[in-house]
Design a protein around this ligand. Structure first.
Ligand SMILES: Cc1ncc(COP(=O)(O)O)c(C=O)c1O
Length: 398
């Protein structure tokens, strides 16, 4: 991660196909296309990648989450349970529909704690949205069982987890509906883009129409198509889809590189008794996009990060001190700062954020260090980096 590190001829070829025929829009203009339908081709490719019946491409991962929730009927006043640790987009996507994000604690998987989920269910709960952060996952069996028991829609924000699997199934394809991002810093990137993935035909048809103003996409005359319900424009362009198509065909190559680099660093850090690693649930295999490890406490984690910085070890973060990925610094959301008025129901529903503390989440996030695994490193670079990391941690621990 990220896929742009290895952009090359394959991406250029797909992109040039689109520029040669000049059709940048994914729908219509059949006679001009010379047979090139990049968004459709990418959807077909992703169906295979995700072993899923339906894929709807959209304009971003944030759009994917909103479209997925809307397609499953989540809307005004519905509560959606989600984790405290995620990118802020998961929260925004729920708010966009007038629904209420209910944040609950994570556990040592760095994703939803099933016990916290069960405790947060109310008569207003409509969905549980797991976020497969940093390429790994929650205990999906436990969460599925809770959703089945309480008749809740199970949504998977797998925006950061392409290539990971749980019990042989691709992450993002396990819940009722899943979401991916292909933004610039993801393992598979097309600049901006996203996908909704599902085996549920109704959800898929809803996603297809909703992401294009409600167009039913029947026939080949856009102006004559009917509009069964309200929709918006979350379309992907052919230019973006073309790059995504070349990239997704390279996914196995990218995952293999990530795994190799991750393993070298993890093996080196494993020699330090004070370092422990994020739990991957039984049957899970990470995408190896990040290596997440815990140190004994936040002071040590901060000192280690400072030592990394001084020694040129880049792309490592502590999310406790980060503005975008953890509830602690989301004051604009706690204070409901919005350009437009927010409904009374949502204001009321979010009051808990003023007072609720997330001690369990803090206890994991504060002492966690998350390191991006790059695709472009040479083996020597990875080994050097691993050595430096060990040295920095030992120096701080002594
Ligand atoms: C967990 C998660 N959800 C949603 C998104 C939103 O994706 P995008 O940037 O494509 O809108 C991201 C992006 O980083 C993410 O990490």
């Amino acid at each position: 991660m990220p896929g742009f590190e290895l952009f090359g001829d394959k991406e250029r070829k797909e992109l040039n196909d689109v520029l040669d025929n000049g059709v940048l829009m994914r729908y219509g203009f059949d006679s001009m296309r010379k047979g090139h339908w990049k968004a459709k081709a990418l959807e077909a490719e992703l169906q295979t990648t995700f072993q899923s019946k339906h894929v709807q491409l959209v304009s971003s991962g944030t759009a994917a989450v909103s479209v997925a929730l809307a397609s499953a009927g989540v809307g005004a006043g519905d509560e959606v349970i989600m984790p405290t640790f995620t990118f802020v987009a998961s929260f925004e996507a729920i708010m966009m529909l007038g629904a209420i994000p209910i944040l609950v604690d994570i556990n040592d998987t760095l994703t939803l704690d099933p016990k916290a989920v069960e405790a947060a269910i109310t008569p207003k709960t409509k969905a549980v949205m797991v976020v497969q952060m940093c390429g790994s996952m929650a205990n999906m069996d436990a969460l599925s069982q809770i959703c089945d028991k309480h008749n809740l829609i199970f949504v998977e924000d797998a925006c950061q987890a392409i290539g990971g699997t749980y019990k042989g199934k691709p992450l993002g394809s396990i819940a009722d509906i899943g979401c991916f991002s292909f933004d610039f810093v993801k393992t598979i990137t097309c600049g901006e883009g996203g996908a909704v993935v599902t085996n549920n035909k109704d959800y898929y048809i809803n996603a297809d129409h909703y992401s294009d103003h409600g167009h039913d996409h029947i026939g080949n005359d856009r102006g004559a198509e009917t509009h069964p319900f309200l929709g918006y424009n979350f379309r992907i362009s052919e230019l973006h889809a073309a790059v995504g198509l070349a990239q997704v065909r390279r996914l196995p190559e990218f995952i293999a590189i990530q795994k190799k680099n991750y393993t070298i660093i993890r093996d080196a850090l494993s020699q330090i008794p004070e370092v422990t690693f994020r739990k991957v649930p039984d049957g899970g295999e990470e995408s190896y996009a990040f290596l997440n490890f815990f140190l004994p406490d936040i002071e040590i984690a901060r000192k280690v990060l400072a030592a990394f910085k001084e020694n040129g070890v880049d792309v490592c973060w502590n999310y406790y001190d980060n503005n975008w990925h953890y509830i602690r610094k989301w004051d604009h959301l706690k204070d409901l700062k919005s350009l437009f008025p927010i409904t009374k129901e949502v204001k009321e529903g979010l009051k808990y954020l003023q007072t609720k503390t997330f001690d369990q989440s803090n206890s994991y996030i504060a002492r966690n260090i998350s390191c991006l695994i790059k695709l472009s490193w040479t083996e020597d670079e990875v080994r050097n980096r691993a050595k430096k990391m060990v040295k920095c941690i030992k120096y701080v621990m002594d």
